[in-house]
Design a binder for this molecule. Structure first.
Ligand code: TRP
Length: 450
């Protein structure tokens, strides 16, 4: 059958690592700290955690159940479940969102690769201004475009090989390595002078600093970090076989991903206060802050190389999942060959990545686009708005169109019971959609009346 020719994961552990590989990436180490920093720290972190487990985990289960049941990528999956309805448009929105996210994500991933080289050449000694290094690096438009293109090409090379072969093998070795290395760096960060202030910033909630926009961003970050709201987990679930344990897989992925985000915070915030950097410094935050950790370690440039190397790979396992969703749409829906689909999409995405690549200083026009610059605009539209919309619609679909009993049966297929399955049904039917609508309603209200 077609499901066989689409490929499957080689083992359950392989799937968990691949899904965790999709989830863990720049979202944890780059996006989480700078967004949390922008919205005041502790209160944002607390809300993010509530959203991860109250909304993210239920939606993750829902996406996996749709994927495994249909064994199809999003658009085809919705068509199979509800033929002749408009639900397939939700899959289309996901494909578009994935495209938008990949276009700016590749730019930051490109910077990460560039920073391997900067560390290697010892650019981060004690008397170097890390903020100036970042500015100088991102002001070189040609270099930024070339690095994004390179990163997209690497992603396409792996996606072209299909699941199991490339994706699974890469994630298996690299994700655990990344985790262990991060823990080591956290050990250093926590012993830096001033680390206590960083912990306080991250964990002591000050709700007066939280704006409605901050609440939307915390929700967006929870979904972004778990790769939810655009069908990536539907696609990954479609490569799962009947005897796989979805409840355990989903819970493992959520814990693993959130753990890495918190570890990322434990790395960035103590170091940030040690170095006296502004938490609201924006997308350059990680790149500027990390320099002072490496600075404080003997042979620091080696640690920099390893850190940016592993972060690049974590980003790669994420871009793979983004490209995989768009590619499998063209394979399943348009009947394209995998290699044609992969390279066409990657090239189109490269074109869209150019304005983002030029928006961190190289071009004044794109850097000041809509105030915050083109990259931030893309990040905001796709990450903070499109993902929550996609996630809510998916909840509506699973709860009211496909139906909770069928979805639950798919989650529990193979005899793997979902503890508190009734709670899950309640969350998907009422709580998740209501929470998202409330969060959005408040922001829109504020924007109209403020
Ligand atoms: N979750 C990844 C990260 O945190 C990024 C990512 C990969 C993603 N696939 C996705 C985000 C799908 C949203 C949707 O870096």
């Amino acid at each position: 059958m077609s499901s066989v020719s689409r490929g499957h994961w080689n083992s359950r552990f392989g799937f968990i690592l691949a899904a965790a590989g999709s989830a863990i990436g720049l979202g944890n180490i780059w996006r989480f700290p700078y967004t949390a920093g922008e919205y005041g720290g502790g209160a944002f972190v607390l809300l993010y955690l509530i959203f991860v487990f109250g909304i993210g985990l239920p939606v993750l289960l829902a996406e996996l159940s749709v994927g495994r049941f249909t064994q199809k990528s999003p658009v085809t999956a919705f068509k199979d479940l509800k033929p002749g309805t408009k639900w397939s448009w939700l899959g289309g929105l996901g494909v578009l969102t994935g495209f938008g996210i990949l276009s700016f994500y590749a730019v930051i991933a490109g910077v990460t690769v560039g920073y391997i080289y900067l560390s290697l050449t010892g650019k981060f000694s004690a008397d170097v201004d890390a903020a100036a290094v970042f500015q100088g690096f991102t002001a070189d438009g040609f270099q930024m475009i070339a690095l994004s293109g390179l990163f997209l090409a690497m992603t396409a090379l792996i996606v072209q090989k299909g699941v199991g072969g490339g994706i699974e093998r890469a994630a298996k070795i690299l994700m655990p390595t990344f985790f262990v290395f991060l823990l080591f760096l956290v050990g250093r960060a926590l012993t830096l002078e001033g680390a206590g202030a960083g912990l306080e910033f991250m964990f002591a909630p000050d709700f007066s600093k939280l704006t409605a926009e901050g609440v939307v961003s915390a929700l967006g970050q929870a979904l972004f970090s778990l790769s939810l709201g655009m069908g990536a987990m539907i696609t990954y679930g479609s490569y799962l076989s009947e005897n796989e344990n979805i409840p355990i897989s989903a819970v493992s992925v959520a814990f693993f991903d959130t753990g890495i985000a918190l570890v990322g915070g434990l790395l960035i915030f103590p170091t940030l206060f040690h170095a006296g950097v502004d938490p609201a410094a924006g997308p350059g935050l990680v790149f500027v802050v990390m320099a002072s950790i490496f600075d404080s370690l003997p042979g620091g440039s080696i640690f920099g190389v390893v850190f940016y190397g592993l972060l690049s790979i974590a980003a790669l396992t994420s871009t793979i999942s983004l490209l995989e969703v768009i590619t499998s749409y063209f394979i399943d829906e348009k009947g394209w060959a995998r290699s044609k689909a992969t390279w066409t999409v990657a090239f189109a995405c490269f074109l869209l990545s150019i304005p983002s690549a030029l928006s961190l200083g190289a071009s004044t026009f794109f850097s000041e686009f809509y105030g915050g610059g083109f990259l931030s605009l893309m990040d905001n539209i796709w990450g903070n708005y499109s993902l929550p919309i996609g996630a809510t619609l998916l909840c509506f679909f699973v709860a009211w169109s496909w139906g909770v009993p069928k979805a639950l049966a798919s989650i529990e297929a193979g005899g793997h019971r979902l503890p508190a399955g009734a709670v899950w049904g309640f969350l998907i039917r009422y709580v998740c959609p209501a929470a998202v609508l409330l969060v959005f309603g408040t922001t829109i209200w504020q924007q109209i009346f403020s």
